[in-house]
Design a protein around this ligand. Structure first.
Ligand code: FNR
Length: 327
C-alpha cells in the first residue's frame, strides 16, 4: 500500500496487511515533525508511539510489533542531517525508510522536498547515499517519471548508484494530476535498464479487482505494484482470493482497528469518508457526517457497544499502570 497522508495510519496499514498487502508505507512524515518526537512504549495499546509533547502529546507516528517487518516509513526532507536523525529515531521500529521525491504540492516543493529533489539530483543522491550508509535497514525513494523516457532512465540510474534497495515510481510527471492517464510504458523501459527492484505506482484507476494488479505488473514489467487510491476506496483489493468485500464490511473492520488502537475521531472520519464516497449522501451517511466522537462514529456502523467496551478497557489499563507507577 502506497504512502497516503492521513489514510496510511496504523489502522489502515494493519487492515491492508490483514487483507494481503505485502508491504505498507506510512503517510509522509516531515523530518522536522519527527525530530520533535519522543519514542514512548505505550503499554495500554502495546504500541510504540512517537509523540510530540510540545503539541499536546500529539501522536505523530504509532506502530506495533505486528507490522514491524512490513512497514516502510516515508520521510519528507530536504536536508541530509535531518533525514538521518529522523530515520535513526525510528530505525529499530520499522522495516525500511523511504524518501518522498515525488510530491508536487506547494508545501513540499517550496521547502525543497518532494519533487523539488528531482530537480536537485546532487542533494537527492547525498540524502540517499548517506542514509544507506547510516542505517541498518533498507532505504528506498519514491519519484515521478520525467518528461521523457530517456531522462527518466538516466535519473533512476543515478539514484541507483546511491545503494538504495528499491525505487517506487509514480508513472506520472510532476505536472500530471491523478485523473491523467499514467504511463506504464515508461516504467517498462526503466525496468529494462536498471538492476534494483522497481515498484510501479499510479494505476489505481485501472486496478478495480485483485487480478488487475497482476495484469498491471505484467504491463509495466515492474517487480511490484504500489496502490494508493484503489486501497483507500476499498482495501480488500489486496485480498489474494480476489473476493472484494462490501464497503460496509470494510468500514467495520477498519473501525475495529481504529478503536483498538485509539485513533482520533478526526482521522477515523477522514478514512471512512474516503471509503463511503457517494454513500455519504444516504441517511446513514448523514448520521456519519454528524458524528463527532469515536462512540458516535461506531454507533452508525453498529459498533457502539464494542467501542464503549474497548475504551473502558483502555481506561482501566491506564489507571492500573498509573497505580503501579505510584506504588
Ligand atoms: C497520496 N500520495 C502520496 N504520495 C507520497 O509519496 N506520500 C504521501 O504522503 C502521499 N499522500 C497521499 C494521500 C492521498 C489521500 C492520496 C490519494 C495520495 C500519492 C500516492 O502515493 C500515489 O502516488 C498516487 O495516488 C498515485 O497512485 P494511485 O492512486 O493511482 O494508486
Amino acid at each position: 500500500m502506497a504512502p497516503m497522508v492521513r489514510v496510511g495510519t496504523l489502522p489502515m496499514r494493519l487492515l491492508a496487511l490483514e487483507m494481503g498487502a505485502d508491504l505498507v508505507y506510512t503517510e509522509e512524515l516531515i523530518d522536522f515533525k519527527l525530530l520533535k518526537c519522543k519514542r514512548i512504549e505505550n503499554k495500554v495499546l502495546n504500541t510504540i508511539d512517537f509523540v510530540d509533547e510540545s503539541e499536546g502529546n500529539n501522536v505523530v507516528f504509532r506502530t506495533c510489533e505486528k507490522e514491524k517487518s512490513k512497514v516502510i516509513l516515508q520521510i519528507g526532507t530536504a536536508d541530509v542531517g535531518r533525514a538521518v536523525r529522523a530515520a535513526k529515531l525510528v530505525e529499530n521500529d520499522v522495516a525500511g525508510i523511504d524518501i518522498n521525491m515525488g510530491c508536487p504540492k506547494e508545501f513540499s516543493v517550496k521547502g525543497g522536498m518532494g519533487v523539488a529533489l528531482a530537480a536537485n539530483l546532487p542533494k537527492a543522491k547525498q540524502i540517499l547515499s548517506t542514509l544507506v550508509k547510516a542505517l541498518k535497514i533498507p532505504v528506498t525513494c519514491k519519484i515521478r517519471i520525467k518528461k521523457t523516457v530517456e531522462e527518466t532512465i538516466e535519473h533512476v540510474k543515478e539514484l541507483e548508484t546511491t545503494g538504495i534497495s528499491a525505487i517506487a515510481i509514480h508513472a506520472r510527471t510532476r505536472d500530471e494530476r491523478p485523473h491523467h492517464k499514467p504511463h506504464p510504458e515508461v516504467i517498462k523501459a526503466v525496468c529494462q535498464e536498471v538492476k534494483i527492484p522497481v515498484i510501479c505506482n499510479g494505476g489505481s484507476k485501472e486496478i478495480e479487482k485483485h487480478s488487475d494488479i497482476y495484469k498491471y505488473k505484467e504491463l509495466c514489467g515492474a517487480s511490484s505494484i504500489m496502490i494508493a487510491r484503489a486501497a483507500q476506496w476499498n482495501v480488500s483489493i489486496f485480498k489474494k482470493d480476489g473476493k472484494m468485500e462490501p464497503v460496509l464490511d470494510v468500514i467495520q473492520k477498519y473501525l475495529k482497528y481504529a478503536i483498538d488502537y485509539d485513533s482520533t475521531a478526526m482521522n477515523t472520519k477522514y478514512c471512512i469518508q474516503n471509503i463511503l464516497l457517494s454513500l455519504q449522501e444516504s441517511e446513514m451517511g448523514r448520521r456519519f457526517l454528524d458524528a463527532q466522537i469515536m462512540e458516535q462514529i461506531a454507533e452508525v456502523f453498529g459498533m457502539k457497544e464494542y467501542c464503549k467496551k474497548k475504551q473502558l478497557e483502555q481506561q482501566m489499563k491506564q489507571a492500573e499502570l498509573e497505580q503501579q507507577e505510584n506504588e
